[in-house]
Design a protein around this ligand. Structure first.
Ligand code: FAD
Length: 445
C-alpha cells in the first residue's frame, strides 16, 4: 500500500493546534500561491527547515534565486510542530558502526557535521536576528532505568576518546539537586552541545531571512504532478506550472510515495506526539526541583523528550501510534498524560492546554540522506529519523553548495549514501508494528 500523508488536492491547510502556532505571532507575508506558468532556475518542494535553509543559503552565499513551493503554510510540516530540540544526532545507526564501516577519520567527519549543524542554527539565529527563545547551551540524556547508567558511561568514554567531545556524568543525587526529580531518572549525561528553541518562530525566522536573500515563497502550492520537458522539470500545482532547471525535494515525512519514483517506497513516516501543560506553580517547581529550561530526553529506543518552556509549561513528547485518526489522537493524548504523571506524580491531572502530532521520517537504513539524481538536476535531503531541527538546517546548507556547484562543503559518507527502498514497501506499517514491540521490550529491561 502506498503511503501519502498530505492531500495534494486540499492545499493551504491550517497549522495543527500547537502551542507554537498559538504563540509565534504573524504568518509569513508574501507567500502567495503559484499563479500561472513560470520558468525558474531552482524550485524547492517543501517549506520547512530543509527547503528554507536551502533557499536562504542559495541566496545569501551564492546569489542564486529559488522558488519554494509549500503545499500548505510555511512551516506547516514537522518544522512548525517539533519539540524544538536543536541537538546532536544524525540518524539511528551506531557511532561504533560508522567507525567499522568508514574508519575513524570519516566517522569523525560524520559526527562533526552533527555538531556543525547545531552551531549553524545558533549562528543563523544571531546573524539573521531571529528571536526563537533559544535556551543556553546544554542537553541532558537521562538514564530511564538504573542499569542504563552503564550505557551512558560507555557513551561518555566513546565520545571523549573517538571524537574529543567532553560531557559530564551526573549521578542521581546531583541530577536531583541541580536539574529535576523524576521517578524515571537515575542519573544523566550532560552534553554541552545542544539547546532548545521555539520551533515555529525559528521556521518563520528562516523564511523571512530566505525572502530577504531573494527567495520567493509560495504557500498553498502542492506539487500534484511532475513531468520532464527537455532540460526542464515541469511541476504542476493548482495555480499553475513551474518549469525548473533544478528541483529540490524537501518534504521529509510528508513527501509521500507519489511525488517521484526515486522516493517511492523509500520512506516510512512515523508519528510523534506532544502535550503542553499549563504553567507550573512555584510549589510544583519546588517539588520537582525543576527550573532549568534545557532539553531532556531518555535512554529508551522509543524515547521521551521534554523540557520546561520559558513560561514554565512542560512540553512532553514521545513516539507512538501507527495511524492518525480522531480516535487514535485521543488515546495518544491520554497515554502521554498518564506517562507524564508516572514520571512526575505531582503533575497527575494537570491541565493540558495543547496536544498535537506530526510525522517524522524514517528511511529503511535509519539514516538521513542528501543526494542528487536525474543527471544532477534533482536533489533531496530527508530522513532525519526524528532528529532534524539542526540537521535539516545543515542539510539545506549542503544542498545550496551542491546546487551552486561549490565543492568546499560536502555531505559525510553517511549522508551521501543512496536512499534504499524498503523490501516489500507495502509492508512498512507491519515492520513498524514489529519494531515497536521489539523496542518496547528492550526499553523495559
Ligand atoms: C512531534 C515532533 C517532534 C519533533 N521534535 C524534534 C526535536 O525536538 N528535535 C529535532 O531535531 N527534531 C524533531 N522532530 C523532527 C524535525 O521536526 C524534522 O526532522 C524537521 O523539521 C524536518 O524538516 P523538513 O523541512 O525536512 O520537513 P518538514 O518541516 O516536515 O517540511 C516538509 C514540508 O513539505 C511539504 N510538502 C510535502 N509534499 C509536498 C508537495 N508535494 N508539494 C508541496 N509541498 C509539499 C509539507 O507540507 C511540509 O510542510 C520532531 C518531529 C515531530 C513531528
Amino acid at each position: 500500500m502506498a503511503i501519502n500523508i498530505i492531500d495534494p488536492n486540499a492545499p493551504g491547510q491550517a497549522h495543527v493546534d500547537s502551542y507554537w502556532a498559538a504563540t509565534a505571532g504573524p504568518e509569513i507575508a508574501d507567500a502567495a500561491p503559484v499563479a500561472g506558468d513560470m520558468e525558474v532556475d531552482v524550485a524547492i518542494i517543501g517549506g520547512g527547515y530543509t527547503g528554507l535553509s536551502t533557499a536562504l543559503h542559495l541566496g545569501r552565499k551564492f546569489g542564486l534565486k529559488s522558488h519554494v513551493l509549500e503545499a500548505n503554510r510555511i512551516g506547516w510540516g514537522c518544522s512548525g510542530r517539533n519539540g524544538g530540540f536543536a541537538c546532536l544526532g544524525i540518524g539511528k545507526t551506531s557511532m561504533a558502526g560508522w567507525i567499522k564501516r568508514w574508519g575513524e577519520a570519516e566517522a569523525r567527519r560524520i559526527f562533526d557535521q552533527s555538531g556543525d549543524a547545531v552551531r549553524l542554527v545558533r549562528r543563523l539565529l544571531s546573524e539573521e536576528a531571529i528571536d526563537a527563545e533559544a535556551t543556553p547551551d546544554g542537553y541532558l540524556e537521562l538514564a530511564h532505568l538504573p542499569n542504563r547508567m552503564r550505557e551512558l558511561e560507555r557513551d561518555q568514554r566513546f565520545l571523549d576518546s573517538k571524537f574529543g567531545v567532553k560531557s559530564r556524568l551526573l549521578d542521581k543525587a546531583e541530577l536531583e539537586s541541580k536539574y529535576l526529580i523524576s521517578r524515571e531518572a537515575h542519573g544523566a549525561l550532560l552534553l554541552e552541545t545542544g539547546f532548545a528553541l521555539h520551533a515555529m518562530k525559528y521556521v518563520r525566522g528562516l523564511a523571512r531571512a530566505a525572502q530577504r536573500a531573494g527567495a520567493v515563497l509560495h504557500g498553498s502550492s502542492p506539487v500534484q504532478g511532475w513531468a520532464r520537458d527537455g532540460r526542464h522539470h515541469v511541476l504542476t500545482t493548482p495555480g499553475g506550472r513551474v518549469h525548473a532547471r533544478q528541483v529540490v525535494v524537501a518534504g521529509n515525512g510528508y513527501t509521500g510515495d507519489r511525488l517521484h519514483p526515486a522516493i517511492d517506497g523509500r520512506l516510512l513516516p512515523a508519528l510523534s506526539n506532544i502535550v503542553v501543560t499549563r504553567p507550573l506553580t512555584d510549589a510544583e517547581r519546588t517539588a520537582l526541583n525543576w527550573t532549568a529550561t534545557l532539553p531532556i530526553s531518555d535512554t529508551r529506543n522509543l524515547l521521551f523528550y521534554y523540557r520546561q518552556l520559558p513560561d514554565r509549561r512542560i512540553l512532553f513528547g514521545a513516539r507512538g501510534g501507527i495511524e492518525d485518526t480522531a480516535g487514535s489522537r485521543a488515546s495518544h493524548k491520554a497515554w502521554l498524560e498518564g506517562r507524564l504523571a508516572d514520571m512526575f506524580p505531582i503533575l497527575k491531572g494537570i491541565e493540558i492546554t495543547h496536544f498535537w502530532n506530526g510525522w517524522v521520517c524514517v528511511p529503511f537504513d535509519k539514516s538521513p540522506h542528501v543526494n542528487s539524481i536525474e543527471d544532477g538536476t534533482v536533489h533531496y535531503a530527508l530522513g532525519y529519523v526524528g532528529t532534524g531541527v539542526a540537521l535539516s538546517t545543515y542539510c539545506g546548507l549542503l544542498l545550496a553548495h551542491r546546487l551552486a556547484g561549490d565543492d568546499s562543503l560536502r555531505p559525510s559518507p553517511l549522508l551521501a549514501q543512496p536512499l534504499p527502498r524498503f523490501p516489500f514497501p507495502a509492508l512498512r506499517r507491519t515492520y513498524q508494528r514489529a519494531m515497536y514491540v521489539y523496542y518496547d521490550l528492550q526499553d523495559r529491561r
